[in-house]
Write a protein that binds this ligand. Structure first.
Ligand code: SF4
Length: 190
């Protein structure tokens, strides 16, 4: 599928997913539309997420069966990109996720896996906009979202959180306001 066809395809796939009646807790989960966007984006070849979104085959099958039962769509077969910091990113996200949400733990795995991509995080996730990622962060990781009050680029923000947890400060300036790299961390994510 070529570039211009992918966006309408993704929208159509998302509509197919959301038209299927969710089961149990999945029906009222605020993540359902975000998960539909992630699955549809992967199906359309956006982002870098592997076929199972980084969940492993069993949880991926559970996600589809509970949130989008009966919906059939193509999946792009590609492996996860392996990064050595995955565990640290996952631990940060898992520690900070809203455990009252049935799918927040899955979101922790999905976001950590997408950090391996080379674009902005919303693009690596295969979402349709940065606003969607900001909503995903607010819903699933409210403490982290609140901490990013300066609207730092999300991937930069997560890496900075991991580094500060470990006591590692690699930033070239004592504070962002006086840093020559400010635009790299806070510029628009388009
Ligand atoms: S703007 Fe500079 S000091 Fe702030 S996070 Fe980015 S690199 Fe670090």
């Amino acid at each position: 599928m070529n570039g211009p066809d992918r966006a309408p395809y993704r929208l159509a796939q998302q509509a197919v997913l959301l038209a299927s009646p969710a089961r149990g807790d999945a029906a009222g989960d605020p993540n359902r539309s975000l998960l539909a966007s992630l699955v549809a984006g992967q199906s359309a070849g956006f982002g870098c997420l592997p076929a199972d979104l980084g969940l492993g085959p069993e949880d991926h099958a559970r996600l589809l069966a509970e949130y989008f039962p009966g919906a059939r769509l193509a999946i792009v077969n590609r492996p996860a990109i392996v990064i050595p910091e995955w565990e640290d990113l996952y631990k940060l996200l898992a520690d900070e996720c809203d455990r009252a949400l049935p799918s927040a733990a899955w979101m922790s795995r999905i976001v950590a896996t997408a950090c391996a991509g080379s674009d902005h995080l919303w693009q690596d996730l295969g979402l349709s906009s940065r606003d969607q990622l900001s909503a995903l962060m607010r819903v699933n990781f409210p403490g982290l979202a609140e901490s990013n009050s300066g609207d730092m680029k999300w991937k930069k923000f997560l890496y900075r959180q991991v580094c500060s947890r470990e006591g590692i400060y690699v930033c070239p300036a004592p504070s962002c306001g006086v840093c020559a790299d400010f635009a790299k961390c806070f510029g628009p994510e388009n």
